[in-house]
Design a protein around this ligand. Structure first.
Ligand SMILES: Cc1cc2nc3c(=O)[nH]c(=O)nc-3n(C[C@H](O)[C@H](O)[C@H](O)COP(=O)(O)OP(=O)(O)OC[C@H]3O[C@@H](n4cnc5c(N)ncnc54)[C@H](O)[C@@H]3O)c2cc1C
Length: 264
């Protein structure tokens, strides 16, 4: 069994956020972290591996510095890493990103009992679109918001989180699951893991290796081709504290409302 985990390197938004003139984030000038939900996806893969045996492959589409993140995830226990990186892929929106990742996963190969794990969403784009789009492109069943994953043979039983409860879903492999933070507590790397991670297989998939895959529509990838472009990124103005109204003021505000438009 292979478990392929999609991980995104994201800006550490607790630090300084800077934006380039074209509206995209200036990632090179910002500290980066592994997207938090993706750490839960990696932990889910490692605990399935501990219980059932599996090869855990971490894959990321990003600039060359994302290698550091992938090595760290191999130090946590992943067996192999693939970095999908090319100038032609830069500035891709979710539609483009999922095409390219789907083609890369196809190149790694998917067999009957294999699983793809993604985080629910990335803390920068925040769209939660890439996971479901990859499943769509590969023609796989998908379950999102996994709070628990059990595997028996070629069937997964997933506890899917809802706003007011859970759904229990059975799904056949190969399939794609998106993971939430309630799923687990990610493990840390250990000294042995840090030594071993440099001996583990690390591959780069570039434009030449993926461009002929029919899953990729070359006209819709990268900053130029992507159907969605970020028009402008900015930090919204903070709201002022507001003022607590006293008794009389409250009465007056309510009557004003009633006066202005019925039912507001
Ligand atoms: C502020 C901002 C707003 C944006 N708004 C949009 C928008 O409205 N529409 C749009 O199409 N694009 C948008 N983008 C671009 C978008 O961020 C990228 O396309 C990105 O690669 C994927 O979308 P996401 O960050 O929303 O990821 P999500 O869809 O939220 O990510 C879900 C999961 O998919 C996997 N994943 C996502 N990206 C990668 C990757 N590069 N490598 C490996 N795994 C990955 C991870 O497991 C992740 O947890 C925006 C980017 C920024 C910075």
């Amino acid at each position: 069994m292979k478990i392929i985990v999609c991980v995104k390197q994201v800006p550490d938004t607790s630090g300084k956020v800077s934006v380039k003139p074209d509206g995209t984030l200036d990632r090179a000038s910002m500290d980066t972290i592994t997207n938090p939900d993706d750490l839960n996806a990696v932990e889910a893969a490692l605990s399935l591996k501990d219980r059932l045996g599996a090869e855990v492959i971490v894959i990321s589409m990003g600039p060359p510095p994302a290698e550091g993140m992938l090595r760290e995830l191999m130090a946590r226990g992943a067996d192999r890493a693939v970095l999908v990186s090319a100038r032609e892929f830069g500035g891709s929106d979710t539609y483009a990103t999922s095409q390219i990742l789907a083609a890369a996963i196809k190149k790694i190969g998917l067999e009957k009992e294999d699983i793809i794990l993604c985080g629910r969403q990335a803390i920068d784009g925040d769209t939660a679109q890439v996971g479901p789009q990859i499943a769509e492109k590969l023609g796989l069943p998908q379950v999102s918001y996994a709070a628990d994953i059990e595997k028996e043979g070629d069937t997964l039983t997933v506890r899917r989180m809802l706003e007011d409860g859970y759904m229990m879903i059975r799904v056949k492999t190969p399939c794609l699951i998106t993971c939430i933070k309630e799923l687990n507590e990610p493990r840390y790397m250990n000294v042995k893991g840090i030594f071993d991670c440099y001996a583990k297989p690390f591959e780069i998939f570039d434009y030449e290796m993926l461009k002929d895959d029919p899953l990729i529509d070359l006209g819709t990838i990268g900053l130029k081709g992507s159907p969605t472009n970020i028009f402008r990124s900015f930090t919204p103005m903070g709201k002022s504290g507001g003022r607590m109204l006293s008794g009389d003021e409250k009465a007056c505000a309510v009557s004003w409302r009633r006066y202005c438009r019925p039912g507001i």
